[in-house]
Structure formats: structure tokens, C-alpha cells
Design a protein around this ligand. Structure first.
Ligand code: KIV
Length: 286
């Protein structure tokens, strides 16, 4: 039996008790189901699915419809986990109304518990509008991959006093706008720790050190099956790519040498039908 699904108030309690919140991305039924079995606290159906699942170069090409399909699969795989839908590039930029309509799709069509969107001061009105619609919003500041071109690439943020102050200002704006949790990405641990003390909402991080309320990682990175690139902040807990390649090589070899399928992998003719079956075959095979 799986544990009771955690809610926002559990995450606030965990923060106050100094208990770390665990968060992982998943894009499909099997990884969602295995994450639930492992006892993860939260799942993010990240727009990183563009790279991990579709082989895109970045996240900007990901569409709302792609996100919804993957959110539905994850919801089915992990019914007892708090699942967050990631709003893709272009789904909340044009207007507050657009932001609300697309956030509603995540909740209504895909059963998400919350949505995440990237940006600080510049998206504050979108966060407020979505939060006013009764949807839990998670902010995302620091390195925001959807705007990596404007940031000069996939670069760590907050490494100078000026840049660090901008990340703090974004974090404060996100909380003020009504976000209930904050994700900080690729910033120095000292800055992440300071933000954790400045805002009251739980602060989770990726590439932001351990002095915060929890961590999120991309499943393909820590399980070792996404090989296109590996950021510095990733710790590999498994080498699933090697397991898959080795297994497939063995399968190819077995098929080529007629070792597979073996009798135990086949179906037998019903015993009472054997005679009739052989007679029938004689019509075709002389
Ligand atoms: O899309 C994603 O996977 C993310 C990560 C930074 C956690 O937003």
C-alpha cells in the first residue's frame, strides 16, 4: 500500500521541522510509478521533457499539448504523489488570461496538484493571476532555461553581488505574488541559503547546494539514461543506459543465434487439438 499523498501543508511542516523535501522529474507512467514506490515526496513533469524525451536541443519548443499528455501519464503512474506541471515557454507570456487558462488545463485535464513557471519580477502578475484562480504556483528563479538565450546560455546565476541581488529580488517578488514554493536553479549555495532565510515559503533547489528545504533532480540525469549532457550539479545514482545497452546486446545476440525465444516463451497447441491441428497442416505442407 502506498503512503498518503502529501499536501502543501505537509511541505510547510517539513520546512519548519528541517525535514528535506524530495522531488524528481518524471515524464511517463513507469518512472512515475517507480518514483511513487521509492517514496518520493513530489514529482515535476518538467519541460525538460523536450530534451529528455523528445531529443530537442532545449525547452522552448515544448508545447502545452505535449506537457498535458505527459502529465496525464505521470498522474496515472503516481496517483499518491504531489505532482507539479511545468508551464512551457509561451504558455504564460502573452497575458495573465493566457497564463490562467493554461494553468487551468494542467489542473482540469491532467489532475496536477500545482504548476511551476519560470521568472521573477517579470512574471509576478502571471503568478498572482494563477494563484487568484486557486491554483498552487511554484516559482522558479536563478537559471531559467526557457530564457537561457537572454541569460547568455545555460549559465549559473548570482555569482556576483549584483546578480545575486537580482535573484533575491526575483525570489521576494515571486513570494509576494502568491507562489507557495520556490525553485532556485544553478546559484551559489550561500545565496540559496540566504534566500531560504529571506522568504517564508519552502525553497527547493537544483544546483543550489544543500542549505535549502529540498532538492529536485532530472530523472534521466540521476538514473543515468540521458546522455546528451550532464550538468556539474548532477550525482549519478545509477547507470541505466549501460543496463539497457547491455540487455539489448544480449537480446540481439540471442535472436541472431536462435537462443530466444526458448520453449518456455511459446504457446502450446491445446492437447485435445493436436491431431486435428496436424491434419489441417497437411493441407498446406506436403
Ligand atoms: O523542467 C525541468 O525539469 C526543470 C528542472 C530545472 C527541475 O524545471
Amino acid at each position: 500500500m502506498s503512503a498518503k499523498k502529501l499536501t502543501l501543508s505537509n511541505f510547510y511542516e517539513m520546512k519548519s521541522q528541517g525535514k528535506k523535501i524530495t522531488w524528481i522529474t518524471a515524464y511517463d507512467y513507469p518512472i512515475a510509478s517507480l518514483s511513487q514506490q521509492a517514496g518520493i515526496d513530489m514529482i515535476l513533469v518538467g519541460d525538460s521533457l523536450g530534451m529528455v524525451v523528445y531529443g530537442y536541443e532545449g525547452t522552448v519548443g515544448v508545447t502545452m499539448d505535449e506537457c498535458i499528455i505527459h502529465c496525464k501519464a505521470v498522474r496515472r503512474g503516481a496517483p499518491d504523489v504531489f505532482v507539479v506541471g511545468d508551464m512551457p515557454f509561451g504558455s504564460y507570456h502573452a497575458s495573465d488570461a493566457d497564463a490562467v487558462n493554461n494553468a487551468v488545463r494542467f489542473v482540469k485535464e491532467a489532475g496536477m496538484d500545482a504548476i511551476k513557471l519560470e521568472g521573477g519580477i517579470r512574471v509576478a502578475s502571471k503568478i498572482s493571476a494563477i494563484a487568484d484562480a486557486g491554483i498552487v504556483v511554484i516559482g522558479h528563479v536563478g537559471l531559467t532555461p526557457q530564457s537561457s538565450a537572454a541569460l547568455g546560455g545555460f549559465k549559473a546565476q548570482g555569482r556576483t553581488a549584483e546578480s545575486a541581488e537580482a535573484v533575491i529580488a526575483d525570489s521576494i517578488a515571486v513570494e509576494k505574488a502568491g507562489a507557495r514554493m520556490l525553485l532556485v536553479e544553478a546559484i551559489p549555495p550561500e545565496l540559496a541559503g540566504a534566500i531560504r532565510n529571506i522568504v517564508k515559503i519552502p525553497v527547493l533547489g537544483i544546483g543550489a547546494g544543500a542549505d535549502i528545504d529540498g532538492q529536485v533532480m532530472i530523472c534521466g540525469d540521476i538514473l543515468g539514461y540521458f546522455e546528451a549532457f550532464t550538468p556539474k550539479f548532477v550525482k549519478k545514482y545509477a547507470n541505466v543506459a549501460k543496463i539497457i545497452v547491455d540487455a539489448l546486446k544480449e537480446y540481439i545476440d540471442d535472436v541472431q543465434q536462435s537462443k530466444f525465444p526458448a520453449p518456455e516463451h511459446t504457446y502450446s497447441i491445446m492437447p485435445e487439438e493436436v491431431q486435428k491441428f496436424e491434419k489441417m497442416l497437411k493441407k498446406y505442407i506436403k
